[in-house]
Design a protein around this ligand. Structure first.
Ligand code: NAD
Length: 429
């Protein structure tokens, strides 16, 4: 390692709790276990670049409102930064830092040639009209345009954003630069350089990791009872694909609350209600309404948290007793909860592995954009499965070898890869 002479570790702004505290605690624990030297750890735990923008948006009623957005590039050690853009009222710089850091480990654990980034705007997109959302997106994209680009940092959808938002970002960036640049974002519509299979990729990755986990643990996926928290892109697609493999979908929730049916739901009924604009709490039928907290505590075989961070924490972890948790959301489990789940024998496939399907297919999209050569969907899915199966096996083997949890092993693998890249690149100048 060329980075010697550590000095004191330049810790980022102190944070008492929340997603960033979780992300730092997870990193620090594994850094200690790996005996990472202090200077390398300091480089790795500090975001490489942060941009905060405050920008005006003209609203439909003629008024102007100021919004705040961020883009954080946690690492570019292994390649261009990569990570989604979130529109949610709770977005703040610490949350974005955490999500950016998790992207670094996620790309490293599945061995994509990317660093990690994340962006977000503090806004509830449901409260904006389509034209307000477009103007907000275009202005935010213009403002962060100075640090994104296909060789620099490639955004993608996250909570509250979708393919339509990605198309506006691609168009805005292209207009500003003077020529079309499809590779500046992933998760675009297919007609403007998107890839087949991207919309459902994270949910499909959940299915593939659930299949690997069941195989490794000697459990049948067919007939397994499943509860899914969050019925958005990740939760809905995961629920649909798990159902196609014979799982029994007994509970789902969204921000309004959840529904439970011991006999199992048909995914299409839930999706049809969602497409009619219904929240799950508003649905009528012969099943029970439950809260999000109750959903997490159901006695199911597989729990898929696919909503927000910090949902399983020290106060409820003792009552969260599925056979396995496949983490669709980023950071749904706090470190304290992790320890409790471990003691209770709950098998956890960590977010940085379980939900990596999205970024893997984003990588395929970027490769296709750079080559202007597009693949069939079966090729996308085949390559996705190959990367996830190999990554699961690597993490599983390391966990056994080091007597570590799947999360610890995934972090160990990712941090070692990041460390190696930093070592070979050295410190500039
Ligand atoms: P989305 O906006 O499509 O859906 C989010 C869902 O969560 C909605 O059903 C919403 O009602 C629900 N929700 C919001 N707040 C909630 C709360 N407090 N309690 C319960 N449910 C709540 O978002 P998404 O893209 O599906 O992302 C979900 C999670 O998965 C996020 O943590 C995101 O970072 C992560 N993720 C997404 C992708 C992707 O490709 N979209 C990839 C990897 C990880």
């Amino acid at each position: 390692m060329t980075m010697s002479g550590a000095g004191s570790m330049p810790a980022p702004a102190p944070v008492a709790e929340g997603a960033y505290a979780t992300a730092l605690a997870q990193f620090d624990a594994v850094a200690r276990r790996l005996n990472l030297d202090r200077s390398t750890a300091a480089v790795m735990r500090t975001p490489r670049r942060e941009l905060t923008v405050h920008f005006p948006v003209r609203m439909d009623d003629g008024s102007t409102r100021v919004f705040t957005g961020h883009r954080v590039q946690h690492s570019t050690a292994r390649g261009p930064a990569k990570g989604g853009i979130r529109y949610h009222p709770a977005v703040n710089i610490d949350e974005v830092r955490a999500l950016a850091m998790w992207m670094t480990w996620k790309c490293a654990v599945v061995n994509l040639p990317y660093g990690g980034a994340k962006g977000g705007v503090a806004v509830d997109p449901k409260l904006l009209s389509e034209s307000e959302l477009e103007r907000l997106t275009r202005r935010y994209a213009s403002d962060i345009g100075i640090i994104i680009g296909p060789e620099k940092d490639v955004p993608a959808p996250d909570m509250g954003t979708d393919a339509r938002v990605m198309a506006w970002i691609m168009d805005t960036y292209s207009m500003n630069i003077g020529y079309v640049v499809p590779g500046v974002v992933t998760g675009k519509p297919i007609s403007v350089g998107g890839t087949r299979g991207r919309v459902e990729a994270t949910g499909r990755g959940i299915l593939y990791t659930a299949q690997e986990a069941c195989r490794a643990r000697g459990m049948d996926l067919e007939g397994a009872t499943v509860a899914v928290q969050g019925f958005g892109n990740v939760g809905s697609n995961a629920a649909r694909l798990l159902r196609t493999q014979g799982c029994k979908l007994v509970a789902v929730s969204d921000v309004s609350g959840g529904v439970y049916n011991a006999n199992g739901f048909e995914w299409a009924d839930l999706q049809a209600a969602k497409e009619r604009g219904l929240m799950l709490a508003q649905m009528d039928g012969s099943y029970d309404h439950i809260t999000n907290e109750e959903l997490l505590e159901l006695k199911v075989d597989i729990l898929v948290p696919a909503a927000l961070e910090n949902q399983i924490h020290a106060r409820n972890a003792g009552r969260v007793r599925p056979k396995m948790i496949i983490e669709g959301a980023n950071g749904p489990t706090t470190p304290e909860a992790d320890a409790i789940l471990h003691d209770n024998g709950v098998f956890v496939v960590p977010d940085i592995l379980a939900n990596a399907g999205g970024v893997i297919v984003s990588y395929f999209e970027w490769v296709q954009d750079l080559q202007s050569f597009f693949w069939e969907e079966d090729e996308v899915n085949l390559r996705l499965r190959r990367i996830l199966s190999r990554s699961f096996e690597e993490v599983w083997a390391l966990a056994a070898q080091e007597d570590a949890s799947m999360r610890e092993a995934a972090y160990m693998l990712a941090i070692r890869r990041e460390e190696e890249a930093l070592k070979y690149r050295g410190v500039f100048p």
